[in-house]
Design a protein around this ligand. Structure first.
Ligand SMILES: NC(=O)c1ccc[n+]([C@@H]2O[C@H](COP(=O)([O-])OP(=O)(O)OC[C@H]3O[C@@H](n4cnc5c(N)ncnc54)[C@H](OP(=O)(O)O)[C@@H]3O)[C@@H](O)[C@H]2O)c1
Length: 283
């Protein structure tokens, strides 16, 4: 069986094309705050800026020195919160050591109306109220849902197993799936019968952060697999699933690279557009 490729390049292109006229009309501005020079961050930021350029969205890259103190970073956040010309911004993670323990405080300081990463408690909490309150959902979960929708993968009534329970991927995607009437099981490192759980899934969301951990023997025939993981190995990039092994068993699968990654970036741009719409409605 040749599975349907859940091509994130195709789906993100469609989303960006949909957003382009809205960007033209609303003229939002996105700001990325980077502290230090983490090599992965450099590449993620480049992709985000490139997508801004594609849709004609104004953007700014605030690159702060690796030695930036907590107080200095908070002053930048305060300035961006107060600047009416800035629609949305985020602080690229990971942060240098002196700031890493204070990430919750840093995220909390971002105005929820400008929190386009959707990592703050206000935007995360609103998702619990239902689909209609998912105004600024975290970009990766939102991208996963959009990827499934783009390829007409039915969610309602399906049993979805999410492997991983991080606050940025596993937990919020589980809530978003629940909001769309899936039956959701969330697995994590303490789950005793992981393989049995995964084998029951119509849809598997792999957000475990372990290269090629989910293999063909763990999934049922015809399952849909979305691979969120991204790992740089000696053989190049790979995800949390064994793509090659799964290909002959599943009905649809997302590749790495070119699956969830581009959807995350497009969803971030979408959040910036939504943020501008909501700010204009309030003003
Ligand atoms: N493509 C994108 O745009 C994008 C965006 C974000 C993240 N990612 C990638 O997605 C992956 C997950 O990211 P994340 O931030 O959610 O990672 P994370 O914060 O490290 O969380 C990993 C989760 O997997 C669980 N886990 C670890 N080992 C396990 C095992 N052996 N069995 C079952 N569960 C296990 C952990 O359980 P515990 O909670 O019990 O520790 C945790 O909940 C990473 O590869 C990351 O690079 C990609």
């Amino acid at each position: 069986m040749t599975p349907l490729l859940l091509d994130g390049k195709e789906a993100s292109k469609a989303l960006l094309e949909f957003l382009q006229p809205l960007v033209e009309t609303l003229d939002p501005k996105l700001v990325v705050v980077q502290v230090g020079d983490d090599p992965s961050s450099e590449s993620y930021i480049k992709q985000k800026m490139k997508s801004c350029e594609k849709v004609g969205m104004r953007n700014e890259h605030r690159h702060l020195d690796a030695s930036t103190s907590f107080e200095e970073l908070m002053a930048v956040i305060d300035e961006l919160n107060k600047d009416d010309d800035v629609t949305g911004f985020f602080v690229q993670l990971p942060l240098p050591d002196q700031l890493n323990d204070r990430v919750p405080e840093i995220i909390k300081a971002i105005d929820p109306m400008k929190d386009i990463d959707g990592f703050g408690a206000y935007n995360l909490g609103k998702m619990f109220l239902g689909k209609e309150y998912e105004h600024l959902p975290p970009a990766t979960p939102s991208g996963i849902i959009r990827l499934l929708e783009h390829f007409d993968i039915e969610i309602a009534g399906k049993h979805v197993v999410v492997v991983g329970r991080s606050n940025t991927v596993g937990k919020p995607v589980a809530i978003m799936l629940l909001n769309r009437n899936a039956t959701v099981t969330i697995c994590h490192s303490k789950t005793k019968d992981l393989e049995d759980q995964i084998r029951k899934a119509d849809i598997v969301i792999a957000a475990v952060g372990k290269p090629k951990m989910i293999t063909a023997d763990m999934v049922k025939d015809g399952a849909v697999v979305v691979d969120v993981g991204i790992h740089r190995t000696e053989d190049g990039l790979c995800g949390d699933t064994d793509f090659k092994g799964l290909e002959s068993k599943v009905s649809a699968i997302s590749p790495v690279p070119g699956g969830v990654g581009p959807m995350t970036v497009a969803s971030l741009i979408r959040n910036c557009v939504t943020a501008k719409e909501r700010q204009m409605a309030i003003r």
